[in-house]
Design a protein around this ligand. Structure first.
Ligand code: NAP
Length: 311
C-alpha cells in the first residue's frame, strides 16, 4: 500500500493563510509591517534561488523585505557591519544571513556572523542564546526547517507523544533542533550520524523517521518500520544521470523533469520507501515550502515580541 503523502505545500499554504491576517493586524497596530532583512553574500546559484523565494513569499505575506546583496569578495568585517546596521534598524524585526558564506571568508565566518545577530531578530534560531532557550523548551525563535517538520506532523495528524523518533543528521540547523523539538513533544528520540553503528537497524525502530543527511535516496526500505511516518528533509540537486536512473523508473514524472531540465532536486529517502511507510513527505513539495512559511511566522513572532518589549 502506498504511503499517505505528508503534503508540505498544503500545510505551508495553511500557515501562510494564518500569517497574512496576523501581519495585517500588526501593521495596523504598529503603523509599519514586520520587516525582514536578508543578507546574500556571493553568487551561489542555489542560494540566489532560495533568497528569491523567501523574498517573494515574505512580500506576498505583507512583510517589508530588504535584500542586502554583497559581492563574493566582501570581507567578514564588511558583513558584520551590515549585520550590525540591521541589528540597530527600527524597521527590521528579523535578520537572515543566507548560508553558505563564501569559502574565502574563513572557516569560522558563519559562527561569527550568526553570533553577531541580535537574538531577538534571529529568525533562523541559530544564535547560542536561542539554542539555549530551545534546549530549555522556552524558545520563541526556532530554526525554520525543524519547526516546519513539527507543523507538518501535527497538521497531518501524526502522533508525536510517546512515539519512537529517529533523526538522521546532527547539524546545528536541522538535526539537533529537530531532535530537541521532538523530545519536547514527548517522543523518545535517537540522533544518528555518520558514525552510527547499524544505522538501518536503529532507523527501523522508528515510528517517526526524519532524514536530514544530504545524500540522494540514501534511506531505503530496510531503514523503515512498516507504517512509520517518514519525513524527508534532504534536498540534493542531482545532475548525474546514473543516480537519477537508479532512483526513478523510465516513465516516471521525475525522469521526465530530469530530461527537460538536466537536473532535479532529490531527497534523502529512496522512492521505494513509499511502499512500506505509513506516511511520507515528498521532495519537492514536502519540507521545503514549510521552511519558508516558518520564516514568515518567525519574523511575525519577532516583530510581536519586539513590539511587546517596546522595541
Ligand atoms: P549537514 O550540515 O551536511 O549535516 C548532514 C548530517 O548528515 C551530518 O550530521 C552527518 O553526520 C549526517 N550524515 C552524512 N552522511 C551520513 C551517513 N552516511 N550516515 C549517517 N549520517 C550521515 O546538512 P544539513 O544542513 O543538516 O542539511 C541536511 C540536508 O537537508 C541537506 O540535503 C540540505 O540541503 C537539506 N536541507 C533542506 C532544507 C529544506 O528547507 N528542505 C533546509 C535545510 C537543509 P556527521 O555529523 O557525522 O558528519
Amino acid at each position: 500500500m502506498a504511503a499517505r503523502v505528508l503534503d508540505g505545500t498544503a500545510v505551508a499554504a495553511a500557515i501562510r493563510a494564518e500569517v497574512g491576517p496576523a501581519v495585517a493586524a500588526f501593521t495596523a497596530r504598529a503603523g509599519r509591517p514586520p520587516g525582514l532583512g536578508i543578507v546574500l553574500v556571493g553568487d551561489d546559484p542555489a542560494s540566489a534561488i532560495y533568497v528569491r523565494n523567501k523574498l517573494k513569499s515574505a512580500g506576498d505575506a505583507g512583510l517589508r523585505t530588504d535584500l542586502e546583496q554583497m559581492p563574493a569578495t566582501a570581507t567578514l568585517a564588511e558583513l558584520l557591519a551590515v549585520v550590525e546596521r540591521l541589528n540597530r534598524s527600527d524597521v527590521h524585526d528579523g535578520i537572515l544571513v543566507q548560508s553558505p558564506l563564501p569559502v574565502a571568508m574563513g572557516d569560522d565566518a558563519e559562527r561569527q556572523v550568526f553570533d553577531a545577530i541580535r537574538p531577538d531578530k534571529d529568525v533562523d534560531g541559530l544564535h547560542p542564546i536561542n539554542v539555549g532557550y530551545l534546549v530549555q523548551n522556552r524558545a520563541s525563535l526556532v530554526s525554520c526547517t525543524p519547526a516546519g517538520v513539527i507543523e507538518l506532523l501535527d497538521r497531518s495528524d501524526v502522533k508525536i507523544a510517546g512515539a519512537r523518533a529517529v533523526v538522521i543528521g546532527r547539524s546545528n540547523i536541522v538535526g539537533k533542533p529537530m531532535a530537541l523539538l521532538l523530545l519536547h513533544r514527548h517522543a523518545t528520540v535517537t540522533i544518528c550520524h555518520s558514525r552510527t553503528v547499524d544505522l538501518p537497524g536503529v532507523c527501523a525502530e522508528a515510528d517517526i523517521l526524519v532524514a536530514a543527511i544530504g545524500r540522494p535516496g540514501f534511506v531505503t526500505p530496510v531503514f523503515v518500520k512498516p507504517g512509520a511516518a517518514v519525513v524527508d528533509v534532504g534536498t540534493s540537486q542531482v545532475s548525474d544521470r546514473a543516480v537519477v536512473e537508479r532512483l526513478f523508473p523510465p516513465e516516471s514524472k521525475r525522469r521526465e523533469v530530469f530530461e527537460r531540465r538536466g537536473s532535479i532536486v532529490v531527497g534523502d529517502v529512496h522512492p521505494d520507501v513509499a511502499a512500506i511507510a505509513g506516511a511520507l513527505s515528498p521532495v519537492p513539495g514536502g519540507v521545503g515550502p514549510l521552511t519558508i512559511a516558518m520564516l514568515l511566522k518567525n519574523t511575525l513572532a519577532a516583530a510581536q515580541l519586539r513590539a511587546g518589549a517596546g522595541g
